[in-house]
Design a protein around this ligand. Structure first.
Ligand SMILES: Cc1ncc(COP(=O)(O)O)c(C=O)c1O
Length: 304
């Protein structure tokens, strides 16, 4: 078990005048305080996977990520904490001979062995997934027996881990909407599955062009983890800010204002997009008056 720093994570009121005018309450579920190096949804999604790895006698984890992947760093730290080896397959073979950026250096310093794949190879391996027999065989041949975690860490166990978030929210009912950013869909899938009857989940997509695909991913995770689909969630695709990793000036200004007003440092690529989207949707009258939103603060700002 990867010991959390703080569990359950704090729930704090964060209604501001603009939201109050729209008749909407906002609370923050401070999952960013869960663990200093495996924060937020990384801890929620990894904890059950690590427990399974240890139980199944695995000694090595293998996963995938881009040059600045939070998931790679989190897996590296979490594996080391449990005495497991870790391997990270990184998108971009050109990175192999360059000095490591801060993120890959952190993963390596935590003990992760990195290998670099061309973009085509990476797309092929992550696209087919470790469930594909040829892919699994190729990985085991090259890296030996290991537990393979998907890119972003979203699998059935990850969704089950994230389902503990709504279980920490008391008195959820028909006026509640529990909200999170969506990258691969695992966090949203878990939140929706963990809600009591009447409450709803809202995901805000942080990447462009994910409509349809992301809904399919959430439904797939629901079938894999719970053997059924859920009808209590939706994804907003109108607030990706131009695409994954893009932080337009308007979003940056919102984040700075929010940080000043509420004294909390915001991760920009996911968390700030979520909070800006909620403010925008509330101002547009998308939530009924009396609605209570709970925004899950799924991560910490980058250390640099
Ligand atoms: C801070 C943060 N929030 C949200 C997400 C998206 O979660 P998911 O991939 O489960 O949709 C990520 C993904 O890596 C993240 O780093």
């Amino acid at each position: 078990m990867l010991e959390p720093a703080l569990l359950p994570t704090p729930l704090v009121d964060c209604t501001d005048p603009a939201l109050a005018r729209a008749g909407v309450e906002l609370r923050l579920k401070r999952d960013d305080l869960l663990h200093p190096t495996v924060p937020g949804n990384k801890w929620r999604k990894l904890a059950p996977n690590l427990a399974a790895a240890v139980e199944q006698g695995h000694t090595r984890l293998l996963t995938f990520g881009g040059a600045y992947s939070t998931h790679l760093r989190a897996v590296a730290v979490a594996a080391a904490a449990l005495g497991l080896e870790s391997v990270g397959l990184v998108r971009g073979e050109e990175l192999a001979d360059r000095p490591r950026n801060w993120s890959l250096r952190a993963a390596e310093e935590a003990g992760m062995e990195l290998a670099f794949l061309s973009r085509a190879e990476y797309r092929e391996v992550t696209g087919r997934g470790a469930a594909d027999e040829a892919t699994a065989e190729g990985i085991q041949r090259r890296w030996g027996p290991c537990l393979v975690l998907p890119e972003g860490g979203s699998n059935a166990l990850a969704a089950i881990g994230a389902a503990a978030i709504p279980a920490e929210l008391p008195d959820l009912g028909a006026r509640d909407v529990v909200c999170c950013p969506v990258g691969t869909g695992g966090t949203l899938a878990g939140i929706a599955a963990g809600l009591p009857a009447g409450a709803r989940a809202l995901g805000v997509a942080v990447l462009r062009g994910g409509a349809g695909y992301l809904e399919g991913e959430v439904a797939r995770l629901h079938r894999a983890a719970y053997g059924r689909e859920f009808g209590n969630w939706r994804i907003d695709h109108g607030h990706h800010g131009g695409g994954y990793g893009k932080v337009p000036a308007e979003l940056a200004a919102f984040a700075e204002r929010f940080e000043r007003q509420h004294g909390i440092a915001l991760e920009r690529r996911y968390v700030a997009k979520l909070l800006a989207a909620l403010h925008d949707l509330a101002a547009a009258g998308e939530f009924p008056r009396g609605a209570r939103l709970t925004a899950v603060i799924t991560g910490l700002p980058d250390p640099v």
